[in-house]
Design a protein around this ligand. Structure first.
Ligand code: SAJ
Length: 494
């Protein structure tokens, strides 16, 4: 498949899928004509920053959000210019307020507004179920709804992460059936997959600075969508086909997940061998770049082991990749195993390792998990955020329940949990009278927790460190029983 791409109006060249280079460098607001309108469906961690940046670039942007019990409140907040995303999100609250005041961005639950826009961005959740099968209810529902309003020339862009093959084999048929049009410009509508690369705590930064990959079903869809993103993306915009873009996204996260699993397995080995994974990591990552390519990526970049891997992305993107492979691959490899799914299973297991560390520490004080009172520091899946999607804290707490422990959970950013776990907002009250402190998330606020405070408040001096928050030598010298992911305790006992 080849792409014909216009550069400043002239037909420049034919492009083949594969390593494409940025056709345009740097955002170019001048392409944003005030006439063009954009609808962004799904006011979440992806949809809100994208909508705000396009509004700031001069587009008229309409956000669409279901008035659901869980998220309906965001509609009113956003229309008042208030940011519903908690935690530290540089720039976003200020930019949002500005574009709402300038009437460049508003939010509605009425999806029929898409009939008046040029681009429709789909940013709904695409989770997987307990059998790792994609749950595309929201995606399908939105496609059936917007399909009715599609007219020739409109472009639909899926930004939510989907299994390879989904754009062509699931979304396209629904939109064509509902609209009666073909997914092909100019006579029909355009359809692209262009994945998000956001990360909580740096939503605006990642959209602006990270290269944007656009996979269109036809060349005009690709080039018009690339032109759209040029208005807000500094990191370069690359054109390709939907399958390559879908595989790239899921592989990008599977790569990170495998790196983390590697670090977690090394951590388990270090514990068993009585050494410290962070010293090992320092030496391994300390390998200098090869003098012949000082600028190249570091030869080694061992990731951080920890209490588990959460979030909306890493816990499911490997399964989306494997689902696409199972469903749409025309050939299958004969190799029976999978590094990717083994890595996924190990990362999913780490909260159980935290349970094992807790059990062994309690045993050292002649206690057991049953009827012990545990203080859990951190509920969100990542530090300094209120995002608790697929947090490793949940399987950990479920196991504590199963084993008859009592617990108090503290988190600096979360007041209520969807899973019904109570958050004790007062750290001292959370610590008071507990038999062990378990660190699940490394919020900055916890760096100020002193040994003295723990000695005064904990009933039993036990620390289980899942995020390398404490210095084992110091806490053990202060009489604490200590266990940590990747910390071979033998090294700390004189
Ligand atoms: N984690 C570790 N060790 C590490 C890094 C992370 O245990 O070395 C854990 C974190 O504690 C967290 C989980 O993994 O529980 C995920 O952390 P993350 O830093 O990957 O955060 P996400 O999931 O919000 O962001 C990832 C990013 N993907 C990559 O870096 C390849 C981000 O760029 C993506 O945009 C995002 O997924 C997404 O939306 O797909």
């Amino acid at each position: 498949m080849k792409y014909k791409v216009k550069v400043n109006g002239d037909v420049a060249k034919w492009l083949r899928p594969g390593p494409a280079k940025p056709l345009f460098d740097g955002p170019n607001p001048s392409v944003a004509s005030n006439k063009q309108k954009i609808a962004v469906i799904g006011m979440g961690y992806v949809g809100i920053p994208a909508a705000v940046l396009f509004a700031e670039a001069g587009y008229s942007v309409i956000g669409i959000q279901r008035r659901s019990k869980r998220s309906g409140w965001k509609i009113d907040w956003l229309n008042e210019g208030r940011c519903p995303i908690g935690g530290e999100e540089p720039e976003l609250p200020g930019l949002l307020e500005k574009v709402v005041k300038k009437h460049k961005f508003q939010v509605t639950e009425n999806i029929s507004v898409v009939k008046d826009v040029d681009f429709i961005l789909i940013d709904v959740q695409t989770p997987t179920n307990e059998k790792h099968i994609p749950r595309y209810e929201s995606l399908k529902e939105v496609c059936h709804q917007i399909g009715k309003y599609l007219t020739p020339g409109k472009i639909v862009i899926i930004e939510s992460t989907v299994a390879p093959g989904t754009t062509e084999h699931l979304v396209k048929p629904i939109l064509e059936e509902e609209s009666g049009l073909k997914a092909r410009l100019p006579e029909g509508f355009g359809l692209c997959f262009s994945y998000e690369r956001v990360m909580v705590g740096r939503l605006i930064h990642n959209i602006r600075e990270y290269p944007k990959i656009v996979g269109g079903l036809d060349d005009e869809s690709t080039s018009r969508a690339m032109e759209l993103y040029r208005a807000i993306v500094k990191g370069g915009v690359h054109g390709t086909d939907p399958m390559t873009a879908e595989v790239s996204k899921t592989v990008e996260n599977a790569y990170r997940d495998v790196q983390i699993a590697f670090a977690n397995e090394v951590a388990l080995l270090c514990e068993a061998l009585g050494t410290d994974v962070y010293d090992v990591r320092k030496f391994v990552n300390g390998l200098p770049n090869d003098p012949s390519s000082p600028g190249a990526n570091p030869i080694r970049n061992m990731h951080l082991p920890g209490a588990g891997v959460g979030g909306h992305c890493l816990p499911k993107d490997t399964w989306l990749l494997m689902y696409g492979y199972d469903k749409y691959a025309s050939i299958k490899s004969r190799y029976p195993g999978s590094v990717l799914t083994n890595a996924r299973n190990l990362n999913d297991w780490m909260p159980m390792h935290m349970i094992d560390l807790l059990e062994s520490a309690l045993k050292e004080t002649k206690k057991e998990i049953k009827n012990s009172k545990i203080c859990v520091l951190g509920y969100s899946f990542i530090e300094n955020s209120d995002d608790a999607r697929n947090t490793p804290a949940v399987p950990f707490l479920k196991e504590l329940d199963k084993r008859g422990a009592k617990y108090k959970v503290h988190d600096s950013y979360i007041k209520n949990t969807e899973e019904g776990y109570r958050i004790q907002p007062d750290l001292d009250k959370a610590l008071k009278g507990c038999d062990a402190l378990v660190v699940m998330t490394k919020h900055d606020a916890y760096k100020a927790v002193t040994i003295e405070k723990l000695q005064n408040l904990l009933r039993t001096k036990i620390i289980i460190d899942g995020r390398n928050l404490f210095n084992p030598t110091e806490v053990i010298a202060a009489g604490f029983v200590f266990r940590g992911v990747g910390k071979g305790v033998n090294t700390y006992h004189d």
